[in-house]
Design a binder for this molecule. Structure first.
Ligand SMILES: [Zn+2]
Length: 326
C-alpha cells in the first residue's frame, strides 16, 4: 500500500463522477441513522458547494443511459445457462395481489437508443429509504437550486400497515411519491423490507424486487426502472435478478467515485456521513476522495474482504433470517 503522501490535487481523477448517497436530512435523527444524517444547515451548504463546483447535476437514469450495457468483456455478462427460469411466483409472501394480466413481466432492458452525450463533469444526488424530510424541506432545497436527484424508496417502510427491517424513524408516505416528482426528483425502488439482498433465496429476492417496483408504479402511474440495493449489498445473482425484474440500473455503495465506464447494475456511490464537511464535498466535486478516504473510481472487482463479508452474512442469514444490517 502506498504511503498517503499524495496531495488532494494529485488524487483527482479525470472522468470520475461523484454519485452521492444521502439518507435523512434532519436535526434530531434517531440514533441508528444519525451517522448517515446531515442537518438541514449542512445540507444547504453541501448543495451550494455542489452548485459552485461547476458540475452538471443529472439523475441516475441519465447516467445509466450512458453506461456500457452488460456485454462480453463486462463483469455483469450472463452465463450461457440461465438458472432455472426465474419463476417469481406471485405466491411469494411479499407480493400482495398480483396485478391484472395484460402486463407481462417487464422484458430485460433493451439496448438504449442513441442518446445525447453525457454532459461534461456530471454529478448525481441520491436519497435512500424515504425519510420524512424528503418530500418537504429536502426537496425544496434541491428545487430552489434546480438540482435534480433520484430518491430510492423502501415501500414497506412508507406504506401504512406494512413493515420493514428499518428501525423506527420519521418516514414519508408512499402517497407522497408523486410530490417528489413534482419537485423534479426521479423515484426508484429500494425493496419492500430493506433486506440484505445477497443473503436471500431466489424467490424472496425476486419478490422484494418486483413488489417494490409494482407498488411504486401503481402509485406513480408509470414505469420505475431504477433500483438501490439496501446497504449496497449485491452479488452476481442479485444483479442478474435486478435485470430480470425489469430494472435498467441499480446503485450500490462501494465508497468510490463512479465513471462513464461503471457497471449499470452496481453503480458506485459515496455515502455522505454526518462528519463530512463542505471541504469533502468540494473534493468529491473535484473528482478526489474526501479527506482520509481512499481514491477509487469504479468499475473495479469486489475485494476479498467484501466477498468474505458476504459469505459470513449469508451464512448468518440462513440461521437467523434477514435482519437489519445497519
Ligand atoms: Zn436503505
Amino acid at each position: 500500500m502506498r504511503a498517503p503522501d499524495a496531495s488532494a490535487r494529485a488524487l483527482r481523477t479525470p472522468g470520475a463522477i461523484p454519485v452521492l448517497l444521502y439518507h435523512a436530512v434532519m436535526d434530531d435523527p434517531p440514533s441508528w441513522i444519525a451517522e448517515f444524517t446531515v442537518t438541514p444547515r449542512d445540507f444547504a451548504a453541501h448543495l451550494d458547494a455542489i452548485v459552485a463546483g461547476g458540475r452538471t447535476p443529472i439523475t441516475v437514469s441519465t447516467l445509466a443511459d450512458h453506461l456500457p450495457a452488460a456485454s462480453p468483456g463486462h463483469r455483469t455478462h450472463r452465463p450461457t445457462t440461465f438458472p432455472s427460469a426465474p419463476e417469481a411466483s406471485p405466491s411469494a409472501s411479499l407480493s400482495a395481489s398480483p396485478p391484472p394480466p395484460p402486463s407481462t413481466p417487464a422484458p430485460p432492458p433493451a439496448p438504449a437508443p442513441p442518446v445525447a452525450p453525457l454532459p461534461p463533469r456530471p454529478v448525481v444526488l441520491t436519497f435512500d429509504d424515504g425519510f420524512a424530510d424528503l418530500p418537504g424541506p429536502t426537496a425544496e432545497a434541491l428545487a430552489a437550486r434546480a438540482l435534480p436527484a433520484t430518491a430510492y424508496l423502501t415501500t414497506g417502510a412508507i406504506t401504512p400497515g406494512r413493515t420493514s427491517l428499518l428501525p423506527p424513524a420519521p418516514m414519508m408516505r408512499l402517497a407522497q411519491a408523486p410530490a417528489l416528482e413534482s419537485y423534479g426528483m426521479e423515484v426508484g425502488a429500494h425493496t419492500v423490507t430493506h433486506p440484505p439482498l445477497d443473503t436471500l433465496r431466489p424467490a424472496a429476492l425476486l419478490g422484494e424486487l418486483r413488489a417494490s417496483k409494482q407498488a411504486l408504479e401503481d402509485t406513480l402511474g408509470h414505469e420505475v426502472a431504477h433500483l438501490a440495493y439496501p446497504h449496497g449489498y449485491n452479488s452476481r445473482a442479485v444483479r442478474r435478478a435486478a435485470a430480470s425484474a425489469g430494472y435498467s440500473s441499480a446503485v450500490a455503495v462501494r465508497h468510490a467515485l463512479s465513471s462513464a465506464h461503471d457497471e449499470p447494475y452496481r453503480i458506485a456511490r459515496l455515502i455522505v456521513r454526518r462528519r463530512h464537511t463542505v471541504a469533502d464535498v468540494e473534493a468529491w466535486m473535484a473528482g478526489a476522495p474526501a479527506r482520509g478516504e481512499r481514491a477509487r473510481v469504479a468499475p473495479f472487482p469486489d475485494s476479498p474482504a467484501t466477498l468474505g463479508w458476504r459469505l459470513y452474512r449469508s451464512a448468518r442469514a440462513r440461521v437467523r433470517g434477514p435482519e437489519f444490517a445497519g
